[in-house]
Design a protein around this ligand. Structure first.
Ligand SMILES: NC(=O)c1ccc[n+]([C@@H]2O[C@H](COP(=O)([O-])OP(=O)(O)OC[C@H]3O[C@@H](n4cnc5c(N)ncnc54)[C@H](O)[C@@H]3O)[C@@H](O)[C@H]2O)c1
Length: 256
């Protein structure tokens, strides 16, 4: 589904997206490139990332994105990439903390190392990315940070406590940083997707039973697509949302 909105304030802006090679992240990379933004993204999936760069590079009217291979759980690597992006493209104007991993686990059996790995891949990197971009945003007179939350913990979804705990904490991080960042005109919000039909979700989780659950639970009966999340992300990154900060923005088709 092509998005109809154009945000002039996003043209030539530097946008950094973690986990941009596949899923919602890839749709975000494409959506911001189609706005004429200068997009940098990181991921561990090099082949998917290179394919995405090639595909967008061939699209008329889109600015080709820049891919950096980076495991976001390696904090120093992530901060180094953000430094290089700042030097090569300019200060990051919008930071999208999208990378995550929702692997299932039984809370009775996991050990401390595994727990830490879930927190690191779902929560810690967001904080250290924010820390790295803040000076550049401050010097530029402001910026927008979008943390990606999840409805899963509202719904008491089990078997993924490391993920759900991290996603709940990201909302706390948004609220906890909004006042200090606001002094430098830096906005920070949490974008909370419902159940989005990415290729991976369709492959791993969507079947007849879960489609019925979607029909029962969503007030709107259409399928939630990555583009629906992009539409909100573009708004939150643009100057049109200039007085929005410290909030949750839920795009879930009314999941009750
Ligand atoms: N798809 C949904 O239904 C849904 C629902 C609620 C919330 N969300 C949230 O939206 C965001 C995107 O969701 P998605 O479904 O596209 O996620 P996904 O898990 O399919 O993709 C996440 C991306 O992050 C990358 N990634 C994972 N670990 C990484 C690491 N250590 N370093 C660098 N990159 C890494 C992956 O390779 C992938 O490209 C996530 O934050 C997710 O929690 C998604």
């Amino acid at each position: 589904m092509p998005l109809s909105n154009q945000y002039p304030s996003l043209k030539d802006k530097v946008v950094f997206i973690s986990g941009g090679a596949t899923g919602i992240g890839a749709a975000l990379v494409e959506a911001f490139c189609c706005q004429g933004a200068r997009v940098a993204f990181v991921d561990v999936l090099t082949e998917d990332a290179n394919q995405l760069v090639r595909r967008i590079g061939e699209m008329a009217g889109a600015t080709a994105p820049h891919f950096f291979h980076c495991d976001v759980t390696r904090t120093q690597d992530l901060q180094n990439v953000l430094k290089i992006v700042g030097e090569q493209l300019g200060p990051v104007a919008a930071l999208l903390n999208n990378a995550a991993s929702d692997t299932r686990h039984d809370f009775r059996t996991i050990d401390e190392d595994y727990w830490n790995s879930r927190i690191n891949v779902n929560l810690r990197h967001a904080f250290f990315a924010i820390q790295a971009v803040q000076p550049g945003m401050k010097a530029a007179g402001g910026g927008s940070i979008i943390n990606f939350g999840s409805m899963s913990w509202y719904e008491c979804q089990g078997n993924m406590t490391g993920y759900t705990t991290s996603k709940a904490a990201l909302e706390g991080m948004t609220r906890g940083l909004a006042r200090e960042l606001g002094e430098d005109n830096i906005r920070i919000n949490t974008l909370i997707p419902g159940w989005v039909m990415t290729e991976r979700q369709l492959r791993d989780w969507v079947n007849e039973d879960t489609l019925q659950e979607i029909q029962r639970s969503q007030c709107l009966k259409g399928r939630l697509m990555p583009e629906d999340i992009c539409a909100m992300a573009l708004f939150l990154a643009s100057d049109d949302s200039r007085m929005c900060t410290a909030q949750n923005f839920v795009v879930d088709a009314g999941w009750i």
